[in-house]
Write a protein that binds this ligand. Sequence first.
Ligand code: ACM
Length: 546
Amino acid sequence: MNVLSRLFFIPFLFSCYAGFAQHIQIIPQPVELKVTSSKTKFIVDNNTRIVLKDSAGVNAANFLKNYLVEYYNTTCQITTENHTKNAIILELQAGKDPIAGAYTLSSSAGQIRIKGNDAAGIFYGIQSLIQLLPVSGNLNEGLASIDIRDYPRFQYRGLQLDVSRHIFPLSFIKKYIDYISLHKMNYFQCHLTDDQGWRIEIKKHPKLTEIGAWRDGTIIGLFPGTGNDGLRYGGYYTQEEIKEIIQYAAERFITVLPEIDVPGHCMAVLATYPELSTTPDKPKQVAQTWGIYNRQNNVLVPSEKTFAFLEDVLTEVMALFPSDYVHIGGDECAKIWWKQSEETQQFMKKNGLKDEKELQSYFIRRIEKFVNAKGKKIIGWNEILEGGLAPNAAVMSWQGIKGGIMAAKQKHPVVMTPQAYTYFNQKQSVKEDSLTAAGNALLIDSVYAYEPVPKTLNAEESKYIWGAQANMWTEYIANPAKVEYMLFPRLSAISEVVWSPKEARNWERFQKKLPDQFKRYQLWKSNYSMEFFKQNALSDPRDIKK
Ligand code: ACM
């Protein structure tokens, strides 16, 4: 759109919005949504009852009750009694939609009914109901009378958080999980280990958190040469805390996917156990700079000692996390270390491996065998395709979509997370202050436009696209407020990518929904970025009068 047409279009867009929309601004866009009456309205108050027809609605009911207390200072009792007036009725119903997570929602003046195909469906119905609540905070404005029929497009709808580069308090991890659930997403990938810190208690190896969880300083600025703050930094989550996170997520129908990144990104392990590196006689430090290209970051040596260590770690991780999958990383392993290591070259010869790519594949397959024997599966970054994919592995495609296409063609589940569209550690506008983020800009319209199913896949191959994920790497994100700033509003955009039918996705309509969404962020007291609108639009959506 040129500047002139944008000038006329934007006021037009928002006048439509003000006139007709009745504040029905649900993100992600539901499959079907009909306004049944423009006049009748359901008003939530302290006498409203949340009626459980079935115990499957308990988590959904609790979520709504807590939300109303926290953001509307209103307490609605949950009951199993048969209220029909001023009632929000939650029930299970095997519906026409066979898809997990499907639900219907029907609201009228006296009653709201949510029927889920399963417990998750009821929960997603509650998320839509929450978005019908007045963003002004005044419940007397009432909820529109509407009918919704809805279900997710993809069964994997993920958001990742890197807690290694910077660690975040348990309270914020819970908030982050709430953000995932408020967007009807269902996977939280927790990047627990990296060069800059080991963040999970492993009972058999307490040294990992005594040594590997702490670094003696952090680089200042983006690149080496700008100094180091010299401050000791670190921390970790105990297994009890991890259990609390898992439980909190499970109540929101979110699977926590743990990532233990190997064989590269392992300096926190190697600072603890130098004997697991290719240079065992050299003492090592938990990394204080970012990136893997500075030749400072060694990798795991392929040895029986290393595999025994990994089996110890994975045994505890698998016992802790109910997820079917364990993420084993596999990315950016600098092969130079293996090339230069006599011990590694011997290991390759002994195992008939012709190059380091085959060794990478051997490494991953060996871990996979161990994980599969415990009844679980592995997922890894697209580098696990190098030298041949392990038989039951799923792939996360981050270096573009090529890896995802290759894996889908080989009939392996794929989560699309291409850097150019889904890395939320990038700036939100081209002109944003370069100190705010690494890399290029990732504008919200690009996130919204992302299509997870590549055109080159046929219908059968496309079935292997399990879903997509946004990633929050935290080299330059040191506190919760900045995580929120980088997250919003892009999380809202990607939620439509992974939930809404492709044909229901509409950038113009999504923009119309954003003013209310910004008010919701304000209601949640969350930080968010207006950068895209400052740099790219002629109006600030917050200034639009309704
Ligand atoms: C990655 O960004 N190294 C997966």
